[in-house]
Design a protein around this ligand. Structure first.
Ligand SMILES: *[C@@H]1O[C@H](CO)[C@@H](O)[C@H](O)[C@H]1NC(C)=O
Ligand SMILES: *[C@@H]1O[C@H](CO)[C@@H](O)[C@H](O)[C@H]1NC(C)=O
Length: 219
């Protein structure tokens, strides 16, 4: 991983120099670092790039999103990040396949490290996000349309059609991360008293929510 440190340091210095010499408001740098080689398939033990003599075309092909994943509550998400598709390592992008049965939702969540462009392959979805001023941008989008969800911003989708829906999301990070609000809040070990105070709910109600979302982190 040491190999990927350089761009970060350069970026940091560049950002510092830039901000100290030019007055330009709200210009922010932030993305995966640029690659220093054509590709970098991490070797299992050292995590350094594999010698290209042991890399094959199959390393660059991933077949795991031909079909929907396993459904939970009418929703299935199959991330294609560098974790499952190592060829993406150092390349700064990844995908997710999301499938919705009729009425299924992708609960409010955000990706801390990436902007997402979501392309509707099939179906009709109420789709949107809420900005940091609590303004909601949401509407029904359908097959062939895309919607963008800015990095780190809370977003959601619901199949409002009468047939299954499929979305392909693309990210400008090899590892966007995903924080699902219901699970992060009620499926984690945050102290119940704090949650009671935060939501103005009784202990019993928090216990119920904890029971419902008590699935541990997915990614
Ligand atoms: C990569 O493997 C080839 C063939 O085994 C070898 O000749 C070459 O020196 C290796 N390169 C590096 C950088 O280890
Ligand atoms: C779906 O569930 C099966 C059985 O638990 C598991 O083997 C498989 O890897 C899962 N598929 C996905 C895409 O998560």
């Amino acid at each position: 991983m040491a190999i990927t440190m350089f761009p970060k340091i350069t970026l940091f210095i560049a950002t510092f120099v830039f901000h100290s010499t030019i007055k330009q408001p709200s210009l922010v740098f932030g993305s995966d670092p640029d690659p220093l080689q054509d590709y970098c398939l991490p070797s299992p033990h050292t995590h350094l790039c594999k010698n290209s003599s042991s890399v094959t075309v199959d390393d660059f092909v991933f077949s795991g999103i031909k079909h929907p994943g396993n459904f939970t509550n009418k929703f299935s998400g199959v991330p294609v990040s560098s974790t499952v598709f190592p060829a993406l390592n150092t390349l700064g992008m990844s995908l997710v396949r999301a499938d919705f049965q009729v009425g299924g939702i992708n609960a409010p969540h955000y990706h801390p490290r990436a902007t997402e462009v979501a392309y509707v392959l099939e179906g009709k979805l109420y789709s949107g996000f809420v900005d940091t001023g609590n303004k909601v941008f949401a509407k029904v989008i359908e097959k062939g349309e895309v919607m963008v969800f800015p990095r780190g911003v809370l977003h959601f989708q619901m199949n409002v059609g009468d047939s299954p829906a499929t979305v392909l999301g693309s990210f400008d990070s090899q590892n966007p991360g995903s924080v699902k609000l219901p699970i992060a809040l009620f499926g984690s070990d945050i102290d119940s008293e704090l949650l009671e105070k935060a939501f103005g709910l009784k202990s019993k109600e928090i216990s119920k929510l904890k029971k419902r979302f008590g699935i541990k982190k997915e990614e």
